[in-house]
Design a protein around this ligand. Structure first.
Ligand code: ACM
Length: 544
């Protein structure tokens, strides 16, 4: 099981095989990186012992430098404290990660005692919960690397920190590999740190979704919002309403083949995310953005007639018939099945751009759907238009466009997920030369994506009103994984840092240098990122 769930970057091998720069990536680049991180001479040894110089995104809360080094050798063992299956599984994930970085194949073992020299030690201790649900403390000493947390999730997040200190695609060798000594104390600023993927405008296979989830995991994000239905396609099997996918899943923007996830595939995605301590937030957009459902079942239309499937990119023309009882039976059936498949606390009901819904029908519709979601034990999330409904201090609203709605939500005690389109939409073009994407909200260069703070973004909305941050990727123009990567990278790293790192530790000038040093790692992972001129990309980074 562990091997299955903890494969990292499943697409990497194939992608690398086709990469003309394979030789540079696998041979020259690792040597250069290893010499900068590890002992290739006196000068480099000095660098390698400075933990504060480790190139980490998101930047940790605190780093204490001890100016020495832990030498990782092939004889090392990953010890986990106690017999916990969950920690053993995380230990195996860590071992797989170390193997792909160093070639070392370290065993994972339980222990009741502090292990001896040269090993890793993963420990969950109640008292380490001072760092919260996802916080951790990483102690790197000359003789032992200990990762403490109050929860397994914290251990998982801490492992991502170690990942960024490992060599990149090193040749197989016995090491030693060096980690600088010191202590990192770390915990997230916001409890919700996510990204969305629109699988309706264009459909993406399960393997691509898993890679997207890996991207989030590597930068300590914890929420994957999947936009499962829209005018162009219905993407999740609902057993009681099979035509939703049989007909409504048949196509996509531009008229291509489309597709959908069976319930087993969706459950597999959820489990893959869960093993990375990432919550899946499924969205069924309604009452607008519903042409695919309306095309599949004529009874959901007020005139009883099914429209054609839609493959364009307009919005605001479709609506479920809010005055028909069958509509609420339909929604209840969909939410029943979706809630049963979704262990996370949230169901997202969209609610945006319902221009074809009668104004007087919109709020009663949202209120009734909220009741259905809550009946199934879930919390409703809606786009900012839903702030007009009957909300309370348990409600969650996602800001995308209308700040007055966001303020209205806060006045009702609701919490906000901050996704302002002009800052956080990853489908927005970087600048006027970007070939993919749109620019109706803004051009979002890498600095603009980074330079904002959810707690001060809007007057009247403070940190206490903000559950977190989410960066959505709409897929009108995005058709495959390479295109996803180009729009997501490198902006995702900035969103991850905004969500995790305290505002006083965030600084564009310092961040852009750390980002530039990620170049080799991104390229070695086969990621097609946007090479912004604003970022001092690390010299020697392999060019496409
Ligand atoms: C949205 O971009 N319509 C939420």
């Amino acid at each position: 099981m562990a091997a299955y769930y903890f494969r990292t970057f499943p697409a990497k091998t194939d992608r690398m095989r086709h990469n003309k720069t394979n030789f540079l990536i696998t041979t020259l680049l690792p040597l250069a990186i290893m010499c900068s991180l590890f002992s290739c001479g006196e000068k480099e040894e000095k660098i390698a012992t400075n933990l504060a110089a480790a190139n980490l995104i998101p930047q940790p809360v605190s780093i204490t430098v001890d100016s020495s080094a832990f030498r990782l050798k092939g004889s090392a063992i990953i010890f986990v404290q106690g017999e916990s299956e969950e920690l053993l599984r995380i230990g195996q994930y860590f071992s797989d990660m170390l193997k792909s970085a160093t070639g070392l194949n370290l065993p994972v073992k339980s222990t009741a005692e502090v292990p001896g020299k040269g090993n890793f030690y993963l420990v969950v201790l109640e008292e380490r919960n001072v760092h919260g649900e996802e916080g951790y403390q990483l102690d790197i000493k000359e003789d032992l690397v200990t990762l403490y947390a109050g929860t397994p999730a914290g251990i998982f997040r801490g492992i991502q920190t170690i990942r960024q200190m490992l060599p990149i695609n090193a040749d197989k060798t016995d090491g030693p590999f060096i980690l600088p000594t010191g202590t990192i104390q770390d915990k997230p600023t916001y409890s919700y740190r996510g990204a969305m993927l629109d699988v309706s405008r264009h459909f993406f296979q399960v393997e691509d979704i898993k890679r997207y989830i890996d991207f989030l995991a590597e930068y300590k994000m914890n929420a994957f919002h999947i936009h499962l239905s829209d005018d162009q396609g219905w993407r999740i099997e609902i057993k009681k309403w099979p035509n939703l996918t049989a007909h409504g899943g048949k196509t996509q923007v531009g008229g291509g083949k489309g597709g959908f996830y069976t319930q087993e595939q969706y459950a597999d995605i959820v489990k893959y995310a869960q093993d990375r301590y990432i919550t899946v937030v499924p969205e069924i957009d309604m009452p607008g953005h519903t042409n695919a459902a309306l095309a599949s079942y004529p009874e959901l239309n007020c005139n009883g007639k099914a429209p054609e499937l839609y493959t364009g990119t307009e919005v605001g023309f479709s609506t479920l018939c809010s005055s028909k009882e069958i509509t609420y039976q339909f929604i209840d059936d969909v939410i029943t099945e979706l809630a049963a498949l979704t262990p996370g606390p949230f169901i997202h009901i969209g609610g945006d751009e319902s221009h074809a819904t009668k104004k007087e029908d919109y709020l009663p519709f949202v209120n009734r759907v909220k009741g259905i979601v809550e009946k199934h034990g879930k919390t409703m999330i809606g786009w900012d238009e839903t702030a007009q409904a009957d909300l309370n201090n348990q409600s969650v609203v996602q800001l995308w466009a209308n700040e007055d709605f966001a303020k209205m939500a806060v006045a009702k005690g609701a919490q906000l997920i901050m996704s302002p389109a002009k800052k956080a939409y990853m489908d927005m073009q970087y600048d006027s030369t970007t070939k993919l994407g749109l620019h109706w909200a803004a051009y979002i260069e890498v600095d603009s994506a980074y330079l904002w703070d959810p707690a001060t973004y809007m007057p009247g909305v403070g940190k206490d009103n903000v559950l977190g941050i989410e960066a959505p990727l709409w897929s009108e123009t995005v058709t495959n994984l390479d295109e996803i990567e180009y729009m997501v990278f490198p902006r995702l790293l900035g969103y991850a840092e905004i969500g995790w790192t305290p505002v006083e530790k965030r600084n564009w000038e310092a961040y852009k240098v750390r980002l530039g040093k990620q170049a080799g790692r991104l390229r070695a992972d086969g990621i097609d990122y946007y090479e912004s001129k604003l970022v001092p990309w690390e010299e020697g980074a392999v060019k496409n």
